[in-house]
Design a protein around this ligand. Structure first.
Ligand SMILES: [Zn+2]
Ligand SMILES: [Zn+2]
Ligand SMILES: [Zn+2]
Length: 284
């Protein structure tokens, strides 16, 4: 059941959404928050908007998910992948081949983006140093987050840190070990961290500002009722008790017609939040 921490409105059919009780809205300064029956959800005043300090449905850490190297397919844990990317022969060969072309060489920044409250969700990205945080924001939205075009924000360090304009170029923001806080949606927030873990000079592997080096595999989550592989989140348990209960096909039967609707599990830390319904695939 340790898929991810989810905190709010889950995905559902249009019919189920109509029947769902209306969630009250609390207006604080210029940011609109949905209110939840969770006493621990206090708001912090900070320079970086009033983000929720921590997801109240925080789950205990799950077993570490492995992910696949984009170059050779080798599967490693998050920490192992960082070492692997440095020594991957196929990656080195591809970099060498690109460097031998007439295309321009530049500084490339290696980042790790991850969900900080459980260990399942992580990405290794190579970003052109002239790429902007907006480019990175776009990538994170597409692969993990986008549901209804919510606002997002990068800050230094934590939600207490200063906001960083989206127009900032990567080379002006990232130094070795720089770690940024990122929030998508200031109501039902998904928080991420983005850390610089390396750099190189060379020809980029594509014309896009961001290149996916590695990504965690879909977490392997058993059904909480029977232990078989699950593919669904129990929205009733989430709404009523704040519990992240995962279900197999059999135990999810009939949920689509219930007041709460049904929600698939996705390879994304936003599963179960707002109207997120995937597809959790990279944009390029
Ligand atoms: Zn590899
Ligand atoms: Zn949304
Ligand atoms: Zn089951």
């Amino acid at each position: 059941m340790h898929f991810s921490a989810a905190q709010s409105l889950g995905r559902s059919s249009a019919k189920a959404r109509e029947n769902r009780p209306v969630v009250p809205v609390l207006k604080i300064s210029d940011i609109t928050y949905r209110t939840f029956p969770v006493s621990s959800m206090t708001l912090q005043s900070s320079e970086c908007a009033n983000f929720h300090p921590k997801n109240p449905f925080q789950m205990p850490p799950a077993k570490r998910t492995k992910g696949a190297c984009s170059f050779c397919g080798k599967e490693m844990t998050r920490a192992g992948m960082l070492k692997h990317l440095d020594s991957c022969k196929k990656r080195a060969l591809q970099n060498k081949e690109r460097n031998a072309t007439s295309k321009p060489s530049m500084n490339l920044i290696q980042l790790m983006a991850y969900y900080p409250y459980t260990s399942e969700f992580w990405l290794y990205l190579e970003v052109k140093s002239a790429a902007t945080l907006k480019d990175l924001d776009f990538y994170l939205r597409q692969i993990w987050l986008e549901c209804c075009g919510h606002l997002s924000q990068f800050c230094h360090g934590s939600y207490y840190g200063n906001k960083i304009p989206m127009s900032s170029k990567a080379y002006k923001i990232f130094e070795p070990d720089t770690e940024l806080f990122y929030a998508y949606d200031f109501g039902s927030t998904t928080e991420l961290k983005v850390k610089m873990v390396g750099s190189r000079n060379g020809t980029p592997l594509s014309n896009n500002p961001v290149y996916l080096l590695a990504r965690n595999n879909m977490p392997d989550v058993p059904c909480d009722k029977c232990g078989k592989p699950s593919g669904w989140l129990d929205l009733e348990a989430l709404y009523e008790n704040g519990e992240f209960v995962t279900l197999c096909d059999a135990h999810n039967a009939g949920k689509a017609e219930s007041d709460y609707g049904e929600s698939q599990l996705f390879n994304s830390p936003r599963t179960g939040t707002c109207s997120y319904d995937g597809p959790a695939v990279p944009p390029y």
